[in-house]
Design a protein around this ligand. Structure first.
Ligand SMILES: Nc1ncnc2c1ncn2[C@@H]1O[C@H](COP(=O)(O)OP(=O)(O)OP(=O)(O)O)[C@@H](O)[C@H]1O
Ligand SMILES: [Mg+2]
Length: 252
């Protein structure tokens, strides 16, 4: 006879699947000395950031903040140390071994990203570098879906995809730069000075956008604009001159 009761072993499996796991980006003892130079720019950097949280790195100009973002984005290699993602169960125990955080899993928006826009239309700008061969059709379909999601996420649905990126307002240019990175659905989103060079209205606009993005993404920001970003910040660090990082509350 059919029964609607779920067998205990099946129930256990369902519970296992639903158990909360979380992922943490871990930077362990990362040191960086540019090839052919005598001095370390970064010294034994340690940092960890839970998924869907917002980290902020602040500190004096020239202390090494952008250098660290470049390492996290895989644009240069640490001289020593590791950058990984580790999964944890809800009791805080690690699940399996940590995985390398590869450059494909990281999105980076540089300072003044609009300076690097190349295309004549928003669509070309977002799809720049997409595969052109027919064989990649499935992949392109996935990218197209991601593109729609990314445009929705950053609130760029009100503009035409035919528009010239350079004709957008300052705030909308930043939204576009974010959308380009979000298409790749990164595990970690890095932003270097996201508010720099914007007027007060666009700054407020970008702060609100980051507040929304934080619901779905793990974000690490380098900024001098501590007061405006303060409400979003879960963890913060000061980069000290000489390239050492220290966890510290924001001095606001
Ligand atoms: N490839 C390199 N070789 C040697 N020195 C470098 C290299 N890249 C950066 N530097 C130096 O490393 C230091 C840190 O630079 P970085 O751009 O990371 O600082 P920053 O904290 O981002 O500063 P800012 O707040 O002005 O953006 C600076 O003194 C810079 O001149
Ligand atoms: Mg910098």
């Amino acid at each position: 006879m059919e029964t609607s009761l779920i067998r205990p072993s099946v129930l256990l499996n369902i519970l296992k699947i639903n158990l909360e796991t979380s992922r943490i980006v871990m930077v362990r003892k990362v040191t960086y000395r540019p090839p052919g130079t005598e001095h370390n720019l970064l010294n034994e950097i340690n940092l960890s950031l839970r998924e869907k949280s917002f980290g902020l790195i602040f500190g004096r100009s020239g202390s090494g903040k952008t250098t660290l973002l470049q390492l996290l984005a895989g644009l240069s290699e640490p001289t020593s140390g590791s950058i990984c993602i580790q999964k944890y169960d809800d009791s805080g125990n690690p699940i399996g071994l940590s995985e390398m955080l590869t450059s494909q899993r990281v999105g980076i928006v540089f300072q003044f990203p609009e300076r690097y826009f190349l295309a004549d239309t928003v669509l070309e700008e977002v799809t720049f570098g997409w595969p052109r061969q027919k064989a990649d059709l499935l992949f392109k379909e996935q990218l197209a879906k991601n593109l729609q999601n990314a445009l929705n996420l950053v609130g760029l649905t009100t503009i035409s995809l035919d528009e010239d990126p350079q004709s957008l307002s300052g705030g909308f240019k930043r939204r576009l730069a974010l959308a380009i990175q979000l298409v790749q659905t990164p595990d970690l989103l890095l932003l270097d000075e996201p508010l720099a060079g914007l007027d007060w209205k666009a700054r407020a606009d970008v702060v609100n956008l980051l507040k929304d993005l934080k619901k779905h993404h793990t974000i690490l920001v380098v900024s001098h604009d501590l007061r405006e970003l303060y409400p979003l910040v879960d963890r913060s660090w000061r980069m000290q001159m000489g390239g050492s990082l220290k966890e510290e509350s924001l001095p606001v």
